[in-house]
Ligand binder design. Structure first.
Ligand code: NAD
Length: 471
């Protein structure tokens, strides 16, 4: 990258702590060679043995919980979500350790339609998987693809975001305490240049980040002729129909839009409310939003942490300025505040918005909730689908059948019904990202693991004749 090494900044104070310390390209190359060499031993272990190693890692992460939470809090400035991340990763390791052996069991042999030929199937892991992750949930998103890849028998080279590198050292410490894993897991500091180098060293890449970077990674992966699993940005809609429980909808949408200060791919970023429910919903939403405070001056205060990356704070400011210039009305919040050297944004509810505004069409990645009045369910669906993205969405209605009929028409990969952003916690439902929100197999659900395997068939001629087909 140009301009010298990336400077690691404290999101609460704005102070520069140190320069990033990426490996040289020779060191990175050597690391890839070492990981590949160890992978064949790892893949030769039984799935049960690998699952045992994942559970041992879970123990080490549990033992290092306080240290990891402290590092993540230093990285991101928020506390509650850091605890959720560490505990979420423990749950993820437990789930994959429990599920992987059955998922990796070879299918029973079967007869081909040609007599005498038996087919046996196997999954062959990609030797080395690169994982490139963003800053908004550094630990969780660093491991969400790495763990199923490891369970499948791959080695992993993880390159987290340059914005949040402090958690790497305590994480690596937990890895080194599980000797088999230490050989096949590496986590390196680095910015986009290191990420680009990783793509050229691996056999498959799992990337989580923005759409523009995702496009670059997809092109680099195509040139390297490796698969890329891309989980990118979103502009998730919520639809609130007449007859829905508005109190519940207000609380849920507020949660879905402001957790992690809205810095989440699956944040609710726009709300469409049916005419007759609009006034009451808005009243409830604003009342609830005004009750949330900033986690300032201490991380344990309030609910809304700092904006982690100043570049993203500028995006939020740009979207707000654009909306206000075009006639949007601020119901609460409404600005990026500078406090103690950090940047903060209180929950912001906007009305009088429309799709000419960036706040309704581009990913804002802040605790901003633009609310738009719609005529009916059809109008809501039309606007919800008027998007370059297609990650997920939410529908609130009087009854499940009405909600499901609307959910069915949304061009997104997951719909929370009578709730918001459930994919933050529920990882068992298979989903693809629609439109520009991603590409590649489902990260969620059991099939997530199969992304890291190539299928192989053994075609066995059991007939006494050499070729039963034409002899
Ligand atoms: P980003 O695209 O700027 O960076 C993501 C990662 O890519 C970082 O590690 C970065 O160093 C690396 N990178 C940058 N240039 C690269 C290159 N040329 N080659 C390889 N790697 C490169 O994203 P960000 O700002 O860190 O994260 C926020 C974005 O991530 C948002 O758009 C958000 O919606 C998205 N996100 C998506 C999901 C999902 O599951 N769909 C989850 C979380 C975040």
């Amino acid at each position: 990258m140009t301009g010298g090494p990336y400077q690691v900044r404290d999101p609460r104070t704005g102070e520069i702590e140190r320069a990033l310390c990426p490996p040289t390209s020779a060191e990175l190359g050597d690391l890839a060679v070492r990981l590949r060499a160890a992978q064949s031993r790892w893949a030769a272990l039984t799935p049960e043995r690998r699952a045992t190693a994942l559970l041992a890692w879970r123990e080490e992460i549990g033992a290092a919980r306080d240290e990891l939470v402290a590092a993540l809090t230093a990285d991101t400035g928020r506390l509650t979500e850091s605890v959720i991340e560490v505990d979420g990763v423990s749950g993820m390791l437990e789930r994959w350790a429990a599920q992987a052996p059955a998922l990796l069991a070879p299918p029973p042999p079967r007869q081909a339609t040609i007599p005498g030929i038996e087919i046996r199937g196997a999954g062959v892991p990609y030797p080395l998987v690169g994982v490139i992750s963003p800053w908004n949930f550094p630990l969780l998103l660093g491991l969400i693809d790495a763990v199923p890849a490891l369970a499948a028998g791959c080695a992993v080279l993880i390159k987290p975001s340059e914005v949040t590198p402090r958690f790497i050292a305590p994480l690596v410490k937990t890895v080194t305490r599980v000797p088999e894993l230490a050989e096949v897991v590496a986590v390196v500091e680095g910015d986009g240049a290191t990420g680009a180098a990783v793509v050229n060293l691996v056999d498959a890449v799992a990337f989580t980040g923005s759409v523009p970077t995702g496009r670059i990674v997809a092109a680099a992966a195509a040139a390297a002729f490796i698969p890329a699993f891309l989980e990118l940005g979103g502009k998730d809609p919520a639809i609130v129909l007449a007859g829905a429980d508005l109190d519940r909808a207000g609380s849920s949408i507020l949660w879905g839009a402001t957790t992690n200060a809205g810095q989440s791919c699956l944040s609710i970023e726009r709300v469409y409310v049916e005419d007759s429910a609009y006034d009451e919903f808005l009243r409830l939403l604003v009342e609830k939003a005004e009750r949330l405070g900033l986690a300032y001056p201490k991380p344990g205060d309030g609910q809304i942490g700092p904006l982690i990356d100043p570049a993203q704070a500028e995006v939020i400011e740009r979207h707000l300025a654009d909306a206000l210039e075009k006639g949007a009305v601020v119901q609460c919040g409404g600005e990026v505040e500078r406090l103690g050297g950090g940047r903060w944004c209180r929950p912001t509810v906007l009305t009088a918005v429309d799709h000419s505004m960036l706040i309704m069409t581009e990913e804002t990645f802040g605790p901003v909730i633009p609310v738009m009045r719609v005529r009916d369910a059809g109008h809501a669906v039309e606007l919800a689908n008027d998007s370059a993205y297609g990650l997920s969405g939410a529908v609130f209605a009087a009854d499940a059948a009405t909600a499901m009929a609307v959910a069915d028409r949304l061009r997104v990969g997951a719909v929370s019904v009578n709730d918001s952003a459930l994919t933050a916690f529920v990882h068992e439902g298979e989903k693809n990202s629609f439109n520009a929100s991603g590409l590649g197999g489902s990260r969620m659900g059991p099939v997530s693991l199969s992304r890291f395997l190539r299928r192989r068939s053994y075609l066995i001629n059991n007939s006494t004749r050499p070729d039963p087909w034409w002899h």
